[in-house]
Design a protein around this ligand. Sequence first.
Ligand SMILES: Nc1ncnc2c1ncn2[C@@H]1O[C@H](COP(=O)(O)OP(=O)(O)OP(=O)(O)O)[C@@H](O)[C@H]1O
Length: 671
Amino acid sequence: MGRRAAHDIPVSASELLLFGGPLRFERPYVTHERPLLRMTFWAMARRFPAMVATVGRAAWREDPAALLALLGAELGQGLARAFGLVATNRALVALFSAGPTPERLGHALPALLGVTSVAAVSALLSCVSVAAAGQLEPKVERACTARFYRAAVRVELAALEDKEFHRLLDAGRFGTDSVRMMLSSSVTVVNALIGLLAAAGVLLLLHPALVGMLLLIAAPKGWGAVVSARRQYASRHAWIEHRRAISVITSTLTAQDCAAEIRVHGAGRMLVDAYDDMSRSMERESSRLARAQAATQSASSALSGLAAVAAYGVLWLLLASGGMPLAVAGTAVIAVRGASAGLTSLVTQVNRLYEEAMYLSDLEEACGAAERQAIPTGGTPLAGGAEEIRLDHVTFAYPDASAVALHDVTLVIPSGKVVALVGANGSGKTTLSKLVAGLYLPTSGRLSWNGVDVRDGDRDQLFDRVAVLSQDFPRWPMTARANIHIGRPGQPLDQTRIDRAAAEADATDVVTSLPYTWDSLVLKGFERGTQISGGQWQRLGSARARYRRAPLLIVDEPTSALDPKAEAEAFRSLRSLADDGTTVLLITHRLAATATADLIYVLDRGRLVGKGTHQELMAVEGGLYRSMYELQAAQYGVGTALSPCPEAAEARTTPDRARRNGSSHAQPVQT
Ligand SMILES: Nc1ncnc2c1ncn2[C@@H]1O[C@H](COP(=O)(O)OP(=O)(O)OP(=O)(O)O)[C@@H](O)[C@H]1O
């Protein structure tokens, strides 16, 4: 085979300039890159039964009837091929026997009818095989893919932090594409193998020397097929690298976010030139491959031709010496020609099968690992809504992290209140909210929901009681309606509830301004698709969290993209949600907004350093909250004795709010 491996193909000057070398995927994606080149053909052949068994097991689980039909049809075709050869031999014996032609034809007729019937049965079985494979392939693919994704979405968040585990999941994703291909390749391989065995068996019966003849002629063809398939494989990887580099570059040429620099900076011309340059290296690789394949083909054909001459010479001698009847020689020629054609397909498919099998074994491994790391189902049932969420000396460290993200935190999140978490970047606010949501478990200490330790509690029931609007909330590539409904997907879609959630989140105007209102796709580049702004997305996200109607709403910087008016409205509506009984855990850097919170917790480098109402925390001289607030106020050129914001002023005058703000748990603990 060609000694020049894919990675030896020179990288174009443009690739060097733009990517600093070939554009290869990260490790997860290349675990199996070029394994075929490292493994001998025989080692591959030895692994063949295990590979087919993996697919076979998946097929058996999904549709045993279709699998049996497929196997039966393939086996039947192999037997039909053997019978066909036997019948051909009989027909030739009759035709080459002594006697008048009409008599010989008469004697050959039953065998000829046999050949015809066998061909018809074989064609019928081939149809059965196509139908069964067509039925089985999508089922196997669906089952394996669904199993993988079902397991993946249940994995503990902490497990996803583990790079190795993540690698496993990433690699597993590639396996889902391989299942279908493996099934079709397995069928082709089994078919070719049965065909070869049938031919060899018949030849053995006719004359043992004929098997040797088959091997002699087929061996150079087999060699040529192995060399070509491997060279093609290596080249495909080279192509993939160049193709990847090209598509990365060409996709930017028409991308909207690159359009300005492409025109103003003249980046477009440079990138088109790079495309030209990179394409040339692909062209060179393509020509090199074609030349190499042609050379191998001529060598294998020449060798096979020489072997055929030798074999036919032996046949001649056998015929001349009376050691073999003419009819047997004729059958042998037919069998050998058919078998060597099957051999080429066998080699190509075994190569392919091997490659795909590795991705499939990744998939199996990933499914197993994900199932082992799944969030447990069941546990102590949670009564009520979010009556009391309590953290007792909770410490939490992310897996692999050198420092703890939360240290010895003790606090209570009372029901039906707006509880704000404030602190500098990285102080642990989001982490704390994720623990409260049951997404992570404390490293030490106890976190309880309504008295039930989250370690023992039914986590699905806990999730059911939480709605999340995170900083980087998902922008689902769906319709506006589906973007809201996905907030409570377990219940039938309820348009009235969707409208109400949108109204509460100030998102009604966003939706009515869309060309197809609720049916608009918030996804550009598709029919009914449209692009919405960051602030509009934030309103949709907020509507989704409200549509969920959960006892606890966690909102992490819910107004970062909103204009001042919308922001004030958003905080006002959080207040009214709490007034209606929802517990709101609010994370924000906008301290004017925390002024109306019932309770504020101040975090500093993972530690709780203060708690109380806005007024209480502002009263702590040199306290972290106060200094942060004063810094923000100074940006607006307002003095420190300011009234925090209109809502706060209003809160102070409302008896209910005043009572809440003066609640007994609001004891400043500034450190
Ligand atoms: N997935 C993670 N893996 C490892 N460390 C993390 C991870 N997420 C956060 N951290 C670390 O934990 C600490 C607390 O992060 P967290 O996101 O909770 O802070 P935050 O107060 O919400 O910050 P911000 O105001 O910037 O959103 C930080 O030091 C951060 O680097």
